[in-house]
Design a binder for this molecule. Structure first.
Ligand code: OSB
Ligand code: MG
Length: 389
């Protein structure tokens, strides 16, 4: 019998993270702990933001879906079976981040039951993964150049700058001037109108930007395709690709030459693997993105990034780039050559520090299936949750 605990935490970031869609100072994080029949555990992290700005989901919509639909489905299934779970919730539209929270906790639980690491369970091969750092919009250009300089001193070898109209050519030129050999990527999170394509191509070429990520809205396939034809840089899709179908559409339209895979965005690790394989078949390099995860979500992403199809450096930086302290012990640290080590212990292979969970928790719910019966779960306080119809 599987039971669950859903904790909501509020964690301060070590510094604010500003993108074209807003500033995050604190992360609201849902952690889902599952306990299997034999007492083994699995943990998943929900990466939805406080507000629906990156995508339509938010912490509150994800929490609602978990309590009212997804955990009841899991209790009905009552198995550490991530693929079967993903299949079962496939008919429920949307809510990939909420679904991924359960699916990823199930992968951890399954791998632990099998006595192997999540990396192994997913078919990972690498013992270390290449990583870079994503740098938010800064108050001014000198502050950005200093910020990038500090990350380079720390050992990061690839830098991704967040850009938006009005924070692009000047900041990029200054960083390029200060660091002529740096591998430089940019990410706009859909902030540009399609007409901005030629200007983007000009500054990307001029300052040797290796990759431009999601400059236009998610559905603007032809604008991305035009940009991809116009220069030597890669055009990467993030928000546009939400499942295997949208990746196939992007490939058919020649809209991408690089793929950012985030398990939260696509509903879990199973779909992430399918996307990696589909991209590889078309010769499109893939890499694992990040959503400012704590060490829990980070460990799932590092395991995913150990698969052979992920050939570009991930947006998975060391724990201290995000939180002080992280929720796990030991934290992820940056290793030689801008890498993170793939944990090789059972499951995600990192230890959650419960004392820190309690320190940052704002609420917590324990949920158990109702006597294994067909009517779904019950909360600890006895209030019966509505089951999925
Ligand atoms: O678009 O890649 C993105 C963070 C939140 C929302 C969207 C994005 C990001 C990042 C952060 O770039 C990457 C990281 O976790 O280090
Ligand atoms: Mg992105």
């Amino acid at each position: 019998m599987i039971s669950a605990r859903l904790d909501e935490l509020e964690l301060p970031l070590v510094e604010p993270f500003e993108t074209s869609f807003g500033v995050e100072r604190r992360r609201r994080v849902l952690l889902l702990h599952l306990r299997g029949a034999r007492g083994d555990e699995g943990i998943g992290e929900c990466v939805a933001g406080r507000d629906p700005l990156y995508s339509s989901e938010s912490v509150d919509t994800a929490r609602w879906m978990l309590l009212h639909y997804l955990l009841p489905r899991l209790f009905e299934l009552d198995e550490a079976a991530p693929v079967a779970f993903a299949h079962s919730v496939g008919e429920l539209k949307g809510h990939p981040m909420a679904k991924a929270t359960v699916e990823m906790a199930l992968w951890d639980l399954l791998a632990r039951q099998q006595g192997r690491s999540l990396s192994r369970a997913l078919g990972g091969r690498r013992r270390r993964v290449d990583v870079g750092v994503s740098v938010g919009i800064q108050p001014n250009i000198p502050a950005l150049v200093r910020r990038v300089g500090r990350y380079l001193e720390t050992g990061y070898r690839r830098v991704k700058l967040k850009v938006r109209p009005g924070w692009d050519e000047g900041p990029i030129a200054a960083v390029r001037r200060a660091y002529p050999d740096l591998t430089l990527w940019v990410d706009a999170n859909q902030a540009y109108p399609p007409e901005a394509g030629p200007a983007i191509a000009r500054w990307a070429e001029r300052f040797h930007v290796a990759q431009v990520e999601q400059p236009f809205s998610a559905g603007r396939w032809s604008a991305h395709a035009r940009l991809a034809r116009s220069g030597a840089f890669r055009v990467c899709l993030d928000e546009s690709v939400v499942d295997v179908g949208s990746l196939a559409e992007g490939i058919a339209q020649h809209a991408l030459t690089s793929l950012n895979v985030k398990p939260g965005r696509v509903g879990g690790l199973g779909v992430s693997r399918e996307l990696e394989a589909r991209a590889a078949r078309s010769g499109i390099p893939a890499w694992v993105g990040g959503m400012l995860e704590t060490g829990i979500g980070r460990s799932h992403c590092v395991a995913l990034a150990s698969r052979p199809g992920f050939t570009l450096p991930a947006d998975l930086s060391a724990s201290d780039r995000y939180f002080d302290p992280d929720l796990i012990d030991p934290p992820f640290v940056l290793g030689p050559g801008s890498t993170l080590t793939v944990p090789d212990g059972p499951g995600i292979g990192v230890r959650l520090v419960e004392e820190r969970v309690r320190r940052y928790a704002v609420r917590s719910r324990t949920l158990t299936p109702r006597g294994g019966g067909p009517r779904g779960p019950r909360e600890r306080d006895g209030r019966i949750l509505r089951n999925a119809p």
